[in-house]
Design a binder for this molecule. Structure first.
Ligand code: ATP
Length: 474
């Protein structure tokens, strides 16, 4: 570890003083992260109790000393007690998976709250997303989806899936989900239900719920119940809630009530139903964010979407998917969608779907000659061009030299890599499906052909919480 800057040393001293008892159990070593709601420090577990109780969560790098390190997350005093309680409580519920960072210990003194997690040696996404080969992307996604499968099985939505919240080590092929600061129980996210009571009002009802039930079991709402036909009750939505009118803004004298829903998350990663204030949000919002990460890998862009507000974010999606699909998606959530005055947005978006979108992005880089022709990007580009034109691009000389491949090996390599790309694009389409009810679950994705070769090796997640012991002290 390099030299710790004096201001960080001072900050750590202040923290050790602010929380009596901390010094005897943990030795603060460095600051490793700073987010909106917390600062994170690397520390040594002086008593060894954390590692003893949570040993299976620590990644073995071959360096035994590393297994003594923990991460101390100091939650800022500006966070509301409810928020802190929510995060710690959810972390506690999620102790049973090695792909979710467990809460090993928690310290509190007055308004100072510290969560203790194992420390994970990981690589920053920015340093590897351009170069991870397709097999590496497969492993990354499999780790992330297994973490989500576990989280979702507990009925919890993470709400903030993004690369900085999934600590991944490309060398070990292991990843762990962190930061449950925005997470919530799926049942709570549906603002129609509070304290177990159904509260259907026009602000919190989303018609997609009816759509969902028509796809699964039938659910009767006053508006479509035979006895209520023609008798609109005031609590039911009469028409679209509000029009997402991207050109004209909102009507000045809007009489319809605005929709209310949880919109927490990080820009660029939020699912369309979050942007459209759907009150029937589910664990599928996390799957959308997985799709955005996968898009970054394949198109070599990070961040992929950068808009500052919800309207611009919807426009970005509109550029990719086209107005027809976005209108359909909006109507699912009881909204209109009007972009008639805007130029350059087509009805159909990329006709060849996400594959064509990625091809276009990579094409710019091919033209600029910014990536080597034996990289993952070149493989992806080659596959996409071949897919759209049916013509194979001749394997580059650099490629053959770099991998020392004979023609026979090259063909075998291509068959394998291309089938990986084919199935990978299928996973991408399933994640980035606009209709959340048609979007796949983490379990469905994990059983797709793309992950077949990993099934035997690592899709068996142990789920026995027994040896995880939580010690909470004031
Ligand atoms: N257990 C850990 N091991 C190693 N590094 C960690 C660990 N937990 C967090 N970090 C580092 O600290 C950063 C911030 O942590 P975290 O996301 O939990 O805080 P946050 O305040 O909620 O952040 P944000 O506002 O970005 O969501 C992470 O991106 C990561 O780099």
């Amino acid at each position: 570890m390099g030299e710790v800057p004096p201001e960080v040393v001072e900050e750590m001293q202040e923290l050790a003083t602010a929380v009596p008892g901390l010094k005897t159990r943990y030795k603060l070593l460095d600051k490793i992260g700073e987010g909106t709601f917390s600062s994170v420090y690397k520390a040594e577990d002086l008593t060894g109790s954390v590692i003893k109780s949570f040993s299976r969560h620590f990644w073995d790098s071959g360096n035994r000393q590393e297994r003594r390190y923990v991460a101390l997350k100091r939650i800022y005093v500006t966070s509301s007690p409810n928020r802190i309680y929510n995060e710690l409580n959810l972390l506690y519920m999620l102790c049973g998976s090695t792909r979710v960072a467990p809460l090993c210990d928690a310290l509190r003194h007055h308004d100072q709250v510290i969560a203790v997690l194992p420390w994970y040696r990981h690589e920053e996404f920015r340093n590897f997303y351009r170069d991870l080969p397709i097999k590496g992307i497969k492993k990354y996604l499999s780790e992330l989806l297994q973490a989500l499968s576990f989280v979702h099985s507990k009925g919890i939505i993470h709400r903030d899936i993004k690369p900085t919240n999934f600590l991944y080590n490309p060398q070990f092929g292991r990843g762990v989900l962190v930061d449950f600061g925005l997470a919530e129980m799926e049942s709570d996210s549906k603002s129609e239900t509070r304290h177990g009571k159904e509260m259907r009002t026009s602000e919190n009802y989303c018609p997609c719920k009816g759509e969902q039930s028509s796809q699964g079991q039938t659910q009767v709402y006053p508006g479509n119940h035979p006895h209520h036909k023609g008798k609109q009750t005031s609590a039911m939505p009469s028409a679209a809630h509000s029009i997402v009118d991207l050109t004209k803004g909102y009507p000045k004298h809007e009489t319809r009530r605005n929709k209310r829903a949880n919109r927490a998350g990080t820009r660029g990663f939020r699912a369309p139903e979050v942007l459209m204030k759907c009150s029937n949000q589910s664990t599928k919002i996390d799957i959308w964010s997985v799709g955005v990460i996968l898009l970054s890998f394949l198109a070599r862009r990070f961040p992929m979407f950068q808009s500052l507000d919800d309207t611009d974010s919807l426009l970005e999606l509109c550029c990719v998917f086209g107005t027809k699909k976005m209108r359909k998606c909006a109507s699912l959530h009881g909204l209109g969608f009007d972009v008639s005055g805007l130029e350059g947005i087509s009805e159909d978006g990329y006709k060849g779907g996400l594959a064509e979108f990625i091809q276009q992005l990579l094409h710019g880089e091919v033209e600029a000659g910014t990536f080597p022709s034996y990289s993952i990007a070149f493989e992806t580009y080659e596959f996409l061009v071949n897919r759209s034109t049916g013509e194979s691009i001749a394997p580059s000389v650099e490629f053959q030299v770099a991998y020392n491949y004979s023609q026979h090996d090259l063909k075998k390599y291509h068959d394998e890599v291309w089938s990986d790309h084919y199935w990978c694009l299928e996973v991408l389409d399933q994640c980035l499906t606009l209709d959340p009810h048609k979007r796949s679950t983490a379990d469905e994705l994990l059983s797709s052909t793309f992950f077949n070769e990993l099934v035997d090796s690592d899709c068996t997640e142990e789920n026995d919480d027994e040896d995880d012991v939580l010690i909470i002290e004031n």
